[in-house]
Design a protein around this ligand. Structure first.
Ligand code: NAG
Ligand code: NAG
Ligand code: NAG
Ligand code: NAG
Ligand code: NAG
Ligand code: NAG
Length: 758
């Protein structure tokens, strides 16, 4: 209660920033002769000229997310906090309404990741940023968007796992590459500025008395370099993302937003994330919680000292929400908690970000003409539907799918809490979609006779009679269940990953009718073992959070209008896993009392990472591939073609993929490495390359190229170095393996990336 009234009191004091972007007037305003408005000058010089025109009070006032601007200079208020995780979202920087009452809402990242289609991910990023920029151009949003969330989904209990591309570091890296490229656009001027979050090792909301605000993640340097940081390396070093968000948690004793090892040694120096002077923003209230706030890290004895520690360590903009008190950078500065140089640098990085977003480039400049006509286009709608269809994973099918519905009098019982709940399909960080097509509505619009009955989400003893009655009247039952984002969500982890008992009871009663049951599961992890033990559960699909057209996508897959080819981007663990792996244990590798994490190390999956069936079968064969490579040749042939050795290309592998069944289908070609190379213990296997191929007709063979780089062959040693080891490598195709090819690397091991020690 005390907390609540504090929040209310603060809310009353907050002077809201303007509702959207007001671009500076470079033609007539006070900035007209400032170099910042000179589009022919270098971005760094433009930002520096603007910062030079600001006095200290003006700089100090603008170190927070709802920056007041500098009216003397014609700089309007600017809200840095805008969200667009899977579409322009509802949050403080964005004003919805009028002709901007809707924006395309794609599936959550966990579902789009299951497509294994990076061209599609880039397209989604392009559409989201185009719509976001159109909102901004009409004064309804700003140019900085705090998306994507690329933390690897380490533990199945995590409430925010569905915001991420899944559990694999390499997969998240590739997803981040495609998404950031789409968001920022191809050139030096960004369509919008993307923000990779949360840096780093953030994947816990609350576990007992441990919360995200006080958790000290103990991470070995090996796991840090190999697992927790690669998506950020991709964002910063290789994709030149405009911004990074530091996280609430501490890493090895130092809160992430005051962690100079993470923010300076690794991010800015080792990854050379300096050439555009990108900015780091704190997660909201993270700076508050690294001070002496209740429930926080108590890393510093005052809020002023916390502000100083964070800015000195490399954070440039402090986001605050109503949970903490307003940062007061001016008094922290006056009590010498941070230096003039630090203040100037933070301001320079922020302003250079705005320069790169074309903020000072005038009305005729790139992306300034994006408008309402570019929002919710036909192309966007088609892409949202396609993304959901491509991301749906067929977990089990004994032949009932695709459903044949053409017999007269055919009736379908559609049971469960999300069968007709349109709002369930979007998940967290959503905006308003132009429409929300739930499964029941989609089925009816296909002319299917539907007997719909709601079902429980978490109630343990729900009445099953209406559902059983509907099943008895129908030819087939489709149960829509699992969990939603009231069960898994920001600031709320789970303690159990079992199917909710009330739902399980209902599925059992439905199966007892003798009618075939199809289960469509949404949300992320639950243990499907009890369903696999029910013979009348004939098929299981996983849809995650399929977005605005998710109901249509699900029904298109069920009826065979679209064919399933998605693959799990996570391991489905047995429910006992949560007793074996303490949530707070960050280690990846197993030990005698610890099962390890992810498909790389964990053995007893219910469904493994990469699992996904089709309505047909495929055979795969590998075309001729050299059997030996000398490490020295690989490095010398790469020469100066890339800035970092791990980005050296490795010869691609050509595979023939033949559809040996009766239906056309997409196919995701997965290549995992295993073998005798590098230090022990060795992972079971590691995703090394993948591609999605489209519409393989029955009896047709398509050739797919699996492209990869030395990064996929390297292992990370205990010091965090990426090393290319001699040894025997086996590329395993598909999950389970359909074909393989073995090759040998000879010569001396070579360090591809020398990791800085803390
Ligand atoms: C690092 O950034 C600097 C400054 O932009 C640039 O000149 C240099 O080439 C970069 N180094 C690498 C290895 O990319
Ligand atoms: C928008 O501006 C870009 C270049 O800035 C131009 O290529 C494009 O044709 C313009 N589109 C419209 C609809 O004016
Ligand atoms: C539906 O139509 C297909 C082909 O038109 C046919 O093979 C199948 O037997 C029909 N199914 C039913 C249940 O009538
Ligand atoms: C795929 O092959 C398996 C094993 O031969 C077989 O049981 C299954 O029916 C086939 N599935 C399809 C869709 O053809
Ligand atoms: C792959 O297909 C090509 C023709 O598309 C054929 O020439 C080649 O022999 C096939 N290779 C394998 C390994 O199946
Ligand atoms: C690789 O394929 C061969 C047959 O081509 C098989 O004998 C061998 O067991 C496979 N190896 C692995 C690791 O799957």
């Amino acid at each position: 209660m005390a907390f609540f009234s504090l929040a209310l009191a603060l809310g009353a004091l907050v002077v809201p920033a303007r509702s959207g972007v007001t671009y500076p007037d470079c033609a007539n305003g006070p900035l007209k002769s400032n170099v910042v408005c000179d589009t022919s000058a270098a971005p760094a010089a433009r930002a520096a000229a603007l910062v030079a025109a600001m006095n200290n009070n003006e700089k100090l006032a603008n170190l927070i997310n709802n920056s007041p601007g500098v009216s003397r200079l014609g700089l309007s208020a600017y809200q840095w906090w805008n969200e667009a995780l899977h579409g322009v979202a509802h949050n403080r920087g964005i004003t919805w309404g009028g002709e901007f009452s809707a924006a395309t809402q794609f599936p959550q990242a966990i579902t789009t990741s299951a497509t294994f289609d990076d061209t599609l991910i880039e397209k989604i990023g392009t559409i989201i940023s185009t719509e976001a920029r159109a909102f901004a151009n009409k004064g309804r949003a700003h140019l900085d968007f705090w998306t994507p969330n690329v933390n690897p989904f380490r533990d199945p209990r995590w409430g925010r796992g569905h915001e991420t591309p899944g559990e694999d570091a390499f997969k998240n890296k590739k997803w981040a590459e495609a998404f950031v490229k789409g968001m920022q656009g191809p050139g030096p001027t960004h369509r919008v500025v993307a923000t990779c979050k949360h840096y780093a090792a953030y994947d816990l909301e609350n576990s007992g008395s441990t919360t995200r605000f006080n958790f000290d993640a103990k991470v070995s340097i090996q796991d840090l370099a190999e697992y927790y940081l690669p998506p950020f390396e991709q964002c910063a070093r290789d994709s030149k993302v405009g911004s990074i968000m530091c996280s609430y948690n501490a890493v090895n004793g130092v809160p992430a937003c005051a962690n100079s090892y993470l923010m300076d040694t690794i991010l800015r120096k080792h990854w050379n994330w300096t050439d555009q002077n990108q900015y780091i923003v704190s997660d909201c209230d993270a700076v508050y919680y690294l001070g002496n706030a209740n429930g926080g890290h108590r890393y510093k004895s005052s809020y002023a000292a916390a502000i100083g520690a964070s800015l000195e360590a490399g954070c440039d903009n402090m986001c605050w929400a109503t949970g903490g008190t307003t940062p007061d950078p001016a008094s922290a500065f006056n009590s010498r908690q941070f230096s003039q140089d630090t203040l100037d640098k933070a301001m320079l990085r922020q302003m250079q970000g705005l320069v790169h977003a074309g903020y000072f480039d005038g009305p005729g400049s790139l992306y300034r003409n994006l408008s309402r006509a570019d929002v919710d286009t036909e192309n966007a709608r088609e892409t949202a539907l396609k993304a959901a269809e491509e991301g749906i994973v067929l977990l089990k099918n004994d032949g009932i799918l695709p459903l044949s519905l053409n017999s007269s009098g055919f009736q379908v019982a559609m049971i469960g809490f999300w069968a007709n709940a349109a709002d369930k399909m979007l998940g967290g960080y959503s905006g308003s979609p132009p429409f929300n097509h739930d499964p029941v509505t989609a089925a009816r619009s296909m002319g299917i006779t539907v007997n719909y009955v709601n079902g429980p989400l978490t109630q343990p003893n729900a009445d099953t009679s209406a559902a059983v009655n509907a099943a008895q009247r129908s030819n087939v039952v489709i149960f829509f269940g699992g969990i939603d984002n009231t069960v898994e969500k920001e600031s709320q982890d789970r303690t159990s990953i079992a199917w909710p008992t009330g739902q399980l009871t209902m599925i059992q009663r439905l199966a007892e009718t003798g009618k075939p049951v199809i289960v469509v599961r949404m949300g992320t992890h639950v243990d499907d073992t009890p369903l696999l033990n029910l013979p009348n559960v004939k098929a299981i699909l996983w849809a995650g959070y399929p977005g605005q057209d998710g109901g249509t996508a699900v029904m298109n897959i069920i009826t065979g209008r679209a064919n399933p080819a998605g693959r799990l981007p996570v391991t489905v663990y047995p429910s006992s896993y949560t007793n074996q792996a303490p949530f707070t244990n960050m280690a990846l590798r197993p030990s005698s009392s610890y099962p390890g994490r992810t498909y790389r190390w964990y053995q007893n999956a219910v469904f493994p990472f990469g699992h996904g069936l089709h309505y047909t079968n495929f055979s795969v064969s590998v075309q001729d591939f050299p059997d030996t490579f000398a490490i020295s040749d690989l490095l010398s042939s790469c020469g100066d073609s890339v800035a970092y050795l791990d980005l050296c290309p490795f010869p691609s592998v050509s595979i023939n993929v033949t559809n040996i069944g009766g239906r056309a289908s997409d196919y995701v070609a997965l290549g995992f490495l295993s073998g005798e190379y590098g230090p022990t213990p060795r992972p079971i296997k590691t995703l090394a390359t993948y591609t999605r191929i489209f519409d393989v007709q029955p009896e047709q063979t398509q050739v797919a190229e699996l492209n990869w780089k030395l990064e996929s062959l390297a292992r990370v040693d205990k010091q965090g170095n990426k090393v290319l080891y001699p040894g025997t490598y086996t590329l395993l195709l598909d999950q389970p393996t359909l074909a393989n090819v073995t090759f040998t690397l000879t010569g001396e091991e070579a360090v591809l990336d020398n990791w800085p020690q803390p």
